[in-house]
Design a protein around this ligand. Structure first.
Ligand SMILES: Cc1cc2nc3c(=O)[nH]c(=O)nc-3n(C[C@H](O)[C@H](O)[C@H](O)COP(=O)(O)O)c2cc1C
Length: 352
């Protein structure tokens, strides 16, 4: 229904401006989320439910399909996501200071490639605003992850304090915290993946959290094996609970000829062309850590087959973003049905 009816309308909104479609959908979902009756109706229409429950890094997930960071940055439509079938939701990335993000247009669809390029630049209302919203909302029926990033106005040498400010505002909320050091759209951010910077950052965040919540690190797909190996060693050293792999890519491989015009837009590419590399990174992390660091696999999951391949590569949980734009909530249901049939994903499996 989404692909035949809703998508053609959404893709035409704002003369094809992708952010207008995003805003319209989010506004509608935010309105729906306010009414318990509407949420129940949405769950019935989307036939949400099912999927294999899992316990990963000590958190119980009703199913392993999550909403990736960046779609509902400020948690505006939180109650709607479980009704669409998601087993967990990652909000953010939020920053210590509210910020408008980059100038529009900053979100581009590449339909022939099943891809999107974005240079949103962490447009968000700030960590304190998210904390206030979560205070009001109370607990969700599924686990909540909170992604933290660096404010654009904060110089790199002061990044640690910036993350700590956000962490202090939000550590009482959510079931896990994700450290985003891999967005390509905040100048210098990816430098924080370097072992020396990451060590300081994780030491400070770890001290603030004092083991109260699992802390995860989200990585870029461009890291070399060597850099990723170093990053993982620092993660293990600092008691990081898991890795999210991967963020968007600056590469432009695997694009269809019909999308050539859009390929030169600056920003991170997500969707189908990212799938193979994201899977490779997931496999590398699994291999390198001997499976000791659970991985949330994200990048280019557009079908149930893709999700299954991500799990085969070693992912304990998966997330989707671009797949939802192109396939709608049916994708969540499809993945859950497929993974429910896998013997290794059945109830009781525990990865800690
Ligand atoms: C428009 C857009 C905004 C995003 N914003 C964030 C973000 O704020 N924080 C983050 O960690 N990842 C962000 N991402 C990356 C996604 O969470 C995900 O890692 C990436 O898109 C790959 O998954 P996909 O191919 O399923 O989209 C964003 C992606 C898109 C398309």
């Amino acid at each position: 229904m989404y692909e035949r009816l809703a998508r053609p309308v959404l893709f035409r909104l704002g003369h094809g401006d992708a952010e207008t479609a995003h805003e319209t959908t989010l506004r509608w979902l935010a309105r729906t989320a306010k009414s318990p009756m509407a949420v129940r109706a949405l769950a019935a229409v989307s036939r949400a439910g099912g999927g294999p429950p899992r316990t990963v890094f000590g958190v119980r997930f009703p199913n392993p399909v999550g909403l990736a960071a960046g779609l509902d940055k400020d948690g505006r439509a939180l109650a709607a996501w479980p009704a669409l079938g998601f087993g967990f939701v990652e909000v953010g990335t939020v920053t210590a200071h509210a910020q408008p993000g980059n100038d529009r247009p900053r979100l581009f669809r590449l339909p022939d490639s099943g891809a999107v390029i974005n240079r949103m630049g962490f447009n968000n209302a700030g960590a304190a605003a998210l904390a206030a919203r979560l205070d009001e909302l109370g607990r969700l029926p599924v686990p909540l992850g909170i992604s933290l990033g660096k404010s654009k106005i904060t110089p790199l040498p002061e990044a640690v304090d910036d993350y700590v400010t956000s962490l202090r505002a939000l550590r009482g909320h959510g079931d896990y915290l994700a450290v985003n050091v891999s967005s390509p759209n905040t100048p210098g951010l990816r430098t924080l993946q370097d072992a020396a910077y990451l060590r300081d950052l994780l030491a400070a965040l770890g001290a603030e959290l004092a083991g109260a919540k699992p802390l995860l690190v989200k990585v870029a797909p461009e890291l070399t094996d060597e850099a990723l190996g170093e990053l993982l060693a620092v993660c293990v050293e600092h008691g990081v609970a898991g890795v999210i792999a991967t963020n968007t890519t600056l590469a432009r491989d695997g694009l269809a000829a019909g999308d050539a015009g859009r390929a030169s837009e600056r920003g991170g590419l997500s969707g189908r062309p990212l799938a193979a590399r994201a899977r490779e990174v997931v496999a590398f992390v699994t291999r390198e850590t001997g499976g000791a660091l659970p991985v949330i696999g994200v990048g280019g999951i557009m079908t149930a087959d893709d999700a299954e391949r991500m799990v085969d590569a070693g992912a304990s949980l998966v997330q989707i973003y671009t797949g939802l734009i192109f396939r709608g909530p049916a994708l969540v249901r499809e993945i859950n049905h497929r993974l429910a049939d896998r013997p290794t994903m059945t109830a009781g499996v525990s990865v800690s």
